[in-house]
Design a protein around this ligand. Structure first.
Ligand SMILES: C=C(O[C@@H]1C=C(C(=O)O)C=C[C@H]1O)C(=O)O
Length: 285
């Protein structure tokens, strides 16, 4: 435990928020994929083991929503509908071009897609895919949930969305078209895309976690090669692929261009949600 616990406790009592968790109680959730390792480099040294939970993005969003986490790296789309959430860091998962780990694989030309299987771990890329298919092709597909354990072959749909570590591997079958969603968004809008950011519920005091998250990200950025060397083998990818992914595909700093990209995405998602009956997802058959 770091010496900053006292500072955090003091912030809680100074704000008169006895229900607010101090650092010794705060529960932090981070994405379990390679993309998040630079954001949490060394973070575990300042928290107890049970305070840092790693999980897929959709489950982190659910845990934050029901109060099982206090702070989490959640899909950006989950922030839009929650006035009780606040962004507490400029550390994020974004891209300014091809992202490598968010892929739409299609068995038909994109304009002919009628059924779409969606990675169960995703929320933001699900919304991004739907926005782009509708805006660019007028396509509003039937949505099927693709469980974490299922592969593209298990999905009998016209197209499949995969995110995270499993999307980095080349697919095991031939697809007619493949979209790198980061590349498609940036080419289409001229703006970066923010997939995930650190969000807390509004009653959670920010200090000293804000500083810890910034320090972890800065430490991670300095250690990309070590992170790639450490993480590549268990994922079955080369160190070079892991390093290039962290260094060139991902962007970990939330700047004004990222903010503009996020605002545009928010507007487009808002238009999509005006039609709620089109957003239901069925289980895979
Ligand atoms: C780039 C990625 O970013 C992510 C995609 C997310 C989503 O689609 O909801 C959420 C968090 C990030 O893990 C990825 O997972 O490959």
């Amino acid at each position: 435990m770091s010496g900053s616990t006292l500072e955090w406790d003091a912030a809680c009592s100074a704000n008169g928020r006895e229900d607010s968790p101090s650092l010794s109680y705060v529960r932090v959730g981070a994405v379990s994929y390679l993309n998040s390792k630079p954001l949490i480099e060394g973070l575990g040294n300042s928290l107890r083991e049970d305070q840092l939970v790693l999980d897929v993005p959709s489950r982190l969003a659910d845990k934050l929503s029901v109060g099982n986490l206090d702070v989490a790296l959640i899909p950006s789309v989950e922030y839009f509908s929650r006035p009780d959430y606040k962004i507490i860091s400029d550390a994020c998962i974004a891209t300014r071009g091809p992202v490598l780990s968010v892929k739409l694989y299609s068995r038909l030309p994109l304009g002919d897609i009628r059924t779409l299987a969606l990675d169960e771990g995703s929320r933001t890329s699900v919304a991004l895919t739907r926005v782009m298919l509708q805006e660019r092709y007028g396509v509003i597909p039937e949505l099927i949930r693709l469980p974490m354990t299922a592969t593209t072959k298990d999905a009998k749909t016209d197209a499949v969305l995969l995110i995270g570590d499993r999307a980095i591997h080349p697919p095991q079958e031939h697809f007619v078209e493949t979209w790198d969603l980061g590349e498609e968004w940036v080419n289409w809008t001229g703006l970066p895309f923010v997939f995930a950011m650190w969000v807390a519920r509004k009653n959670v005091p920010e200090s000293p976690l804000v500083q810890l998250l910034e320090q972890s990200r800065n430490r991670g950025l300095k250690n990309l090669q070590q992170i790639a060397t450490r993480e590549a083998k268990p994922l079955g990818i080369s160190e070079e692929t892991a390093y290039n992914y962290l260094k060139d595909n991902l962007h970990f700093q939330f700047g004004s261009a990222e903010w503009n990209g996020l605002q545009l995405f928010r507007e487009l998602v808002g238009q999509l949600e005006e039609n709620p009956e089109l957003t239901q997802t069925k289980a895979i058959q």
